[in-house]
Design a binder for this molecule. Structure first.
Ligand SMILES: Nc1ncnc2c1ncn2[C@@H]1O[C@H](COP(=O)(O)OP(=O)(O)OP(=O)(O)O)[C@@H](O)[C@H]1O
Ligand SMILES: [Mg+2]
Length: 322
């Protein structure tokens, strides 16, 4: 089932992102549901991308299973049978939720976006090109666009409710949340990013940068939340085309961006909402990219019929993976 808009669920709707819907289960738990919506150039398209929501959720679930034992994370369940066992009120929504939903521990979210950059790109490249700095602090001279950083840069940002997030210095993070929490968020962000970058690189994907969010759980423990090392929270580049000194193609969204660029150049789109309609071949190519990202990272194809899976099969698969 491909979904742009979710039918109402019997839970309180807390928040709508560009792609995901967040619901309150109770004081301790949230349900995160990734739709198949896709955005490009900050505009959400009218068409949904088949399997995209499941790819995002299941990539996050896969990474969190790899990190089991290294840190606290928010995932309670990512398989629909387990979710329905835990929240029986969702039983009538199995087909809608399958694959794309994650039952999570609810946390108090730290008000900083923990961005880690392994390569110089995006807003960091823009600032560096104009002033040689990142969040006002000087970087080495003569860096090229898309150049690899070693070690990666911890490059936090504020969580802006409207408009674009603002890059801030690690010192500013310490002022906002206290030096101990700030140091721990940086340590965990580096740990997860470096692990992810290495695994993905072996599998043909450069994770150029990514954004993590953390919260405190009910016991006060610092907990990794939100989505983790997905194409939506990160820049994924095809490793075989990597060449510093220029922008890199996007592993997942390039067919979509190329199409939209063409529409813009032809004067058929001004770059703002509403977006132009997408032809079927662009939707299909984009879906194929997301499925390929999942397969490369996890080493196995995405289960395209997750609503059929039984909890025992899920448990078996997890045992085999670990
Ligand atoms: N375990 C959790 N506890 C509390 N809040 C969480 C947890 N996991 C994720 N969140 C919050 O859920 C929200 C998810 O929102 P989402 O990412 O879909 O949209 P957004 O951040 O508002 O916008 P965008 O679509 O641009 O990302 C974020 O505000 C995130 O902080
Ligand atoms: Mg978000």
């Amino acid at each position: 089932m491909t979904i742009a808009q979710l039918a109402p669920l019997p839970l309180r709707h807390l928040r709508r992102g560009k792609v995901r819907e967040v619901y309150v289960v109770d004081d301790d738990r949230l349900l995160l549901v990734a739709t198949d919506r896709v955005s490009a150039f900050d505009v959400v398209m009218n068409e949904a991308i088949p399997y995209k929501g499941a790819v995002l959720t299941q990539i996050t679930a896969w990474w969190l299973r790899q990190l089991e034992g290294d840190l606290h994370h928010h995932m309670l369940a990512s398989e629909v049978d387990e979710i329905i066992d835990a929240v029986p009120a969702l039983a009538d929504h199995r087909a809608t939720l399958a694959g794309r939903s994650m039952l999570c521990k609810r946390t108090d979210v730290f008000p900083v976006e923990c961005v880690i950059r392994g390569y110089l790109s995006g807003s960091a490249w823009k600032e560096y090109k104009s002033s040689g700095t990142l969040a006002g602090e000087a970087l080495a001279p003569d860096l090229r666009e898309s150049e690899r950083f070693e070690p990666p840069l911890f490059s936090p940002a504020t969580k802006a409710e409207t408009g674009h997030d603002e890059n801030i210095t690690p010192a500013r993070v310490a002022e906002i949340i206290g030096p101990d929490s700030a140091a721990e968020l940086e340590r965990l962000s580096r740990l997860v990013y470096e692990r992810g970058r290495d695994i993905a690189a072996e599998r043909g994907i450069i994770i150029a940068d990514t954004k993590f969010e953390f919260g405190r759980d009910g016991d006060g423990r610092i907990t990794l939340i939100d989505e983790v090392l997905t194409p939506d929270s990160s820049r994924f580049w095809p490793a075989e085309h990597y060449q510093p000194g220029r922008p890199q193609p996007s592993f997942d969204k390039q067919p979509l961006r190329d199409y939209l660029d063409g529409e813009r150049k032809a004067g058929r789109w001004n770059g703002d909402a509403p977006p132009p309609p997408l032809p079927e071949h662009v939707v299909e190519a984009t879906s194929a990219r997301y499925l390929d990202a999942y397969r490369r990272i996890t080493g196995a194809p995405l289960d395209l019929e997750p609503s059929r899976r039984t909890p025992t099969e899920g448990a078996k698969r997890r045992r085999e993976e670990s």
